[in-house]
Ligand binder design. Structure first.
Ligand SMILES: Cc1cc2nc3c(=O)[nH]c(=O)nc-3n(C[C@H](O)[C@H](O)[C@H](O)COP(=O)(O)O)c2cc1C
Length: 420
């Protein structure tokens, strides 16, 4: 499962992983809490994706049920060094993508439950980690990690208790410390301290510390090979609009993998550019607005010009300006989780794709004439038709709805390319 999701065994610098990551910086760490019935003896482990090895950090909790709990944390320093104050949403999105990757990898051989809202303190304790504010005092010379999500993998046919045993793991003493790294305990720059503080704060969920858990499954077409060979396509390979049927399938996947997340819309180029939502009560696409939104999207996505000529862009939006911390956390994690599943599905259908983060002032609701500040874009996935299939119009004759959204777009500044 780890080989199909988080491993980086190929290529220099560990860039080629089944899971994507903003700037290929891969800030997500996986802590394995193994009960009986796994391919390693029970205990706490840290997973090293570069060597594809699990390092034992302590014993297992007593009487934990069969299967594995994986606590996903983020180490923020490299993403903050690269993206500054825009890093924290990307860290949440990356954690969502990692949860999706692990859940998809496990879903054919294990029962999978995913939680994106468990209390950060409980997750830290379960994984045997100090909480971020105490980290550098407790484990000097090592980088603080912020826990954001957890995945439960249960052997098929075995007992699948409703409440994953986070509490039993959290009752254990702290696990052994990682090896100190040079420079990891210098005073963090202001932006790094702020990002850590924010992620620690929004992961607090004292009202329901155990979180809510949802089953994960794989879209039928997604094979192990599709997971392993998934790549983000170069922008030049994303120019042709996908046909309406696969587009509707991917939109349906993004909407359905997880309740309570953001809304989903797709902006399509081609002969009849428009914004589409899922057709109510059935498969297919419904016109939300006629016109070419892609230049505006390029501007909002830190001026990445290639977006203006991409075939289609799947958009996760919601998260009002006055959202609670739970909504901010949830909408970004679910957006990453669902876009990760959608990207795997796109790969399996032969479409090319590339996630898009770094949205700035991307008020989709206001652009469509709704109240400003209520409907921000939090994530995107650019999609292109397969290289050998002739391009097909995204849909037949859309009914005009609202005027084009892009016409008011200011000229986009020269692009800030996310690819390293
Ligand atoms: C949350 C997230 C945001 C991303 N944002 C962008 C982006 O704005 N522009 C871009 O060109 N690529 C973006 N990417 C794609 C990464 O650059 C890509 O995943 C990374 O280079 C690794 O390549 P791979 O996906 O082929 O493994 C994003 C990826 C993720 C997971």
């Amino acid at each position: 499962m780890l080989r199909l999701s988080l491993a980086a065994p190929l290529g220099p610098g560990g860039r080629l992983r089944p899971v994507p990551s903003a700037g290929a910086l891969h800030p997500v760490r996986a802590h394995l809490l193994l009960g009986p019935g796994c391919s390693l003896p029970p205990g706490r482990y840290t997973y090293d994706p570069r060597t594809h090895r699990a390092h034992r950090r302590g014993p297992a909790a007593d009487r934990v049920p069969p299967g594995a709990l994986v606590v996903l944390t983020v180490a923020a320093s490299r993403t903050v060094a690269h993206y500054g104050h825009r890093a924290w949403p990307l860290l949440l999105l990356d954690a969502g993508h990692a949860a999706a990757s692990l859940a998809l990898a496990g879903a054919t051989t294990a029962g999978v439950l995913v939680s994106l809202d468990a209390d950060g303190s409980l997750l830290s304790a379960a994984a045997g980690l100090p909480e971020a504010p105490d980290w550098q005092r407790t484990w000097p010379g090592t980088e603080p990690e912020l826990p954001l999500a957890a995945v439960r993998l249960t052997p098929r046919g075995g007992p699948c208790e409703t409440e994953p045993p986070l509490g039993a793991w959290a009752a254990l003493p702290r696990a052994s410390a990682p090896t100190p790294q040079p420079g990891a305990d210098t005073t963090p720059p202001r932006e790094l301290a702020a990002a850590r503080h924010l992620l620690h704060h929004i992961a607090e969920a004292p009202g329901r510390p155990g979180g809510t858990w949802h089953p994960a499954s794989r879209p039928g077409e997604v094979t192990d090979e599709a997971l392993e060979t998934r790549r983000s396509a170069p922008p030049d390979d994303l120019k042709r609009p996908p046909a309406s049927e696969p587009l509707a399938q991917i939109l349906a996947t993004a909407r359905s993998v997880r309740p309570g997340g953001p809304s989903w819309t797709v902006a399509v180029g081609g002969a009849e550019p428009a914004l589409y939502a899922a057709a109510p009560g059935g498969p297919g696409l419904d016109v939300r607005a006629v016109g070419d939104a892609r230049p505006t999207l390029a501007h909002w996505a830190a001026g990445q010009q290639w977006i203006a000529t991409s075939g289609a862009v799947l958009l996760a939006h919601g998260c009002p300006a006055n959202a609670s911390r739970a909504t901010v956390r949830g909408s970004h994690l679910v957006a990453g989780y669902a876009a990760g599943t959608a990207q795997a599905h796109a790969a399996a259908l032969g479409l090319r794709s590339r996630p898009i983060g770094s949205w700035q002032q991307a008020d989709l609701g206001a652009a469509l004439g709704d109240t400003p500040g209520r409907d921000w874009i939090v994530h995107g996935l650019a999609l292109g038709a397969p290289p050998t299939t002739p391009a097909t119009p995204a849909t037949s004759a859309p009914t005009p709805a609202t005027p084009p959204t892009a016409s008011a777009a200011p000229a986009a500044p020269s692009g800030e390319e996310e690819r390293p």
